[in-house]
Design a protein around this ligand. Structure first.
Ligand code: 5AD
Ligand code: SF4
Length: 469
């Protein structure tokens, strides 16, 4: 009889990708994905540790699941609770103590061992223990990429593909080097093979994922070149050769790793989309240094200049942290100044949150909470204004939109512009939309790139009308 697994995902796109892969490794051992915890035999919380609230949410979710588990046990039904991802990696042992309802703890590098861990948990249950205790948060030599099933459901036209994991940069605020471990890149052949499988299933757009994706240095095999590894620019060229893939994106990048090959890929490869998420974190040299970012604000301006010379319509996005320990009013003004100079199409901004085990968490000079809040409000107002201006600047333009899902309103599909803007496309005037009925007509457009004219620009999304399919 088939069993059910419910996976709840927190945090970044890497976790979304990992959750899909966990569902895949569980399929051969009889688990189907369910969309509620209530009827699941196994619940996996795929957690995020990057900022404070993320971990707190996990503990309250475990509290709720504990009740479900107890109710089920009362009716003679088993349920396992697994905690995966970065909170599991960072606080696994503590979590086992603090939350006895948790049966399994697995880090981001060990999810390919899930079936074995489940068998062990089941054995412990069968031996009469009320809660099983299985934990695996190693960084094993056999990587999770080696032992994955090769087929997965690429059911949407835009997919993520993990090419790199971990990070060797050690920014002073960040847990990633500790939770995801040292940098690791998949080989070019592996990545291209996965891209080909995606294309065969109708995928049109691929976003290459990695915590520090442009540090990518995957093995090239069977090549008559002297370099043993390929950089991200070279990998993008290889994926550009996969038939059916019309759009390539990548995230998240570090300014120091924007090399010429990658910048030239933006110039030479039409499929390399004119949008880049390039976190800068701060506009103050003193804070950048304290953060151990290993670049100055001037370095950032220069990278942007080179990128814009290669691809003048490039839209930029970034991450910012306000209230890093020691940040003065002047440091913060420097961040606002950097934002005004660069002009971002969109961005994410956060209050600094001390993460246990990171160097910045033990700096004494922490910024008071109210100062952080005030700075965040000011920064976000400026970034929102820039996003609105960017959206306005695309009004009246014609562009290719990849239609990815149904819109909220009748007659609409929701897609993405080359600049990653969400675009609601009105299809009610399309040739076959009225004759053939809604579902059929939309099926014809769903997953396709269509030419659209932008007719309305809001702060977070655009509206467009179809020009031709
Ligand atoms: N506090 C606040 N923001 C953080 N980020 C990473 N660590 C922290 C932290 N300790 C932000 C950075 C990073 C993004 C993914 O999360 O801006 O780029
Ligand atoms: Fe964290 Fe990114 Fe810095 Fe790596 S480069 S330590 S992932 S913020």
């Amino acid at each position: 009889m088939s069993k059910k697994v419910f996976i709840k995902t927190y945090g970044c796109q890497m976790n979304v990708y990992d959750s899909n892969r966990m569902a895949n490794v569980l399929k051969p051992v009889g688990y189907e994905v369910s969309d509620s915890a209530e009827d699941a035999d196994l619940v996996i919380l795929n957690t995020c540790h990057i900022r404070e609230k993320a971990a707190e949410k996990v503990y309250s979710e475990i509290g709720r699941l504990k009740l479900t588990k107890m109710e089920k046990a009362a009716t003679g039904k088993d349920m396992f609770i697994a905690v995966a991802g970065c909170v599991a990696q960072a606080e696994g042992a503590e979590m086992m103590k603090r939350a006895p309802a948790v049966d399994l703890v697995l880090g981001p590098q060990t999810y390919h061992r899930l079936p074995d861990m489940l068998s062990e948990a089941q054995a412990q249950r069968d031996a009469g223990r009320s809660s099983s205790r299985v934990m695996d948060t190693e960084f094993p030599i056999d990587t999770k990429f080696d032992s994955l099933p090769t087929e997965s459901d690429f059911d949407r036209p835009a997919q993520f593909l993990t090419i790199q994991e971990g990070c060797d940069k050690f920014c002073a605020f960040c847990v990633v080097p500790y939770t995801r471990g040292a940098e690791y890149s998949r080989s070019v052949a592996d990545v291209v093979a996965e891209a080909e499988r995606m294309a065969a299933k109708g995928v049109v757009e691929i976003t290459l994922l990695g915590q520090n994706v442009n540090a990518y240095h995957g093995a090239k095999d069977g090549e008559n070149t002297q370099d043993a590894t390929a950089n991200l620019g070279e990998l993008i060229r290889a994926i550009d050769g996969v038939e059916g893939i019309s759009r390539i994106r990548y995230t998240t990048s570090h300014p120091r790793d924007m090399d010429d090959d990658l910048i030239n890929a933006h110039r030479d490869i039409a499929a390399c989309m004119p949008y880049l998420h390039l976190p800068v974190q701060s506009g103050s040299d003193a804070i950048l240094e304290a953060m151990n970012r290993k670049h100055t604000r001037e370095d950032y301006f220069q990278v942007i200049e080179r990128l814009r010379a290669a691809r003048p319509d490039l839209a930029l996005s970034s991450d910012f942290i306000v209230g890093f320990p020691g940040e003065t009013d002047q440091d913060f003004e420097d961040t606002l100044d950097l934002v005004r100079r660069v002009k971002f199409a969109q961005a994410y901004s956060f209050k600094y949150s001390p993460r246990p085990g990171t160097p910045a968490s033990v700096i004494e000079e922490q910024v008071p909470e109210d100062v952080k809040s005030e700075r965040l409000t000011r920064l976000q107002a400026l970034l929102d204004q820039q996003q609105q201006e960017f959206n306005q600047s695309t009004l009246g333009m014609e562009m290719d939109i990849l239609l990815e899902r149904e819109g909220k309103l009748e007659g609409q599909l929701l897609g993405r512009s080359p600049y990653l803007q969400a675009v609601h496309v009105d299809l009610s005037g399309a040739d076959n939309a009225l004759d053939e009925g809604k579902d059929q007509a939309y099926n014809g457009y769903m997953g396709k790139l269509v030419r659209v004219k932008i007719v309305e620009a809001g702060p977070r999304s655009l509206k467009g009308v179809l020009i031709s399919a």
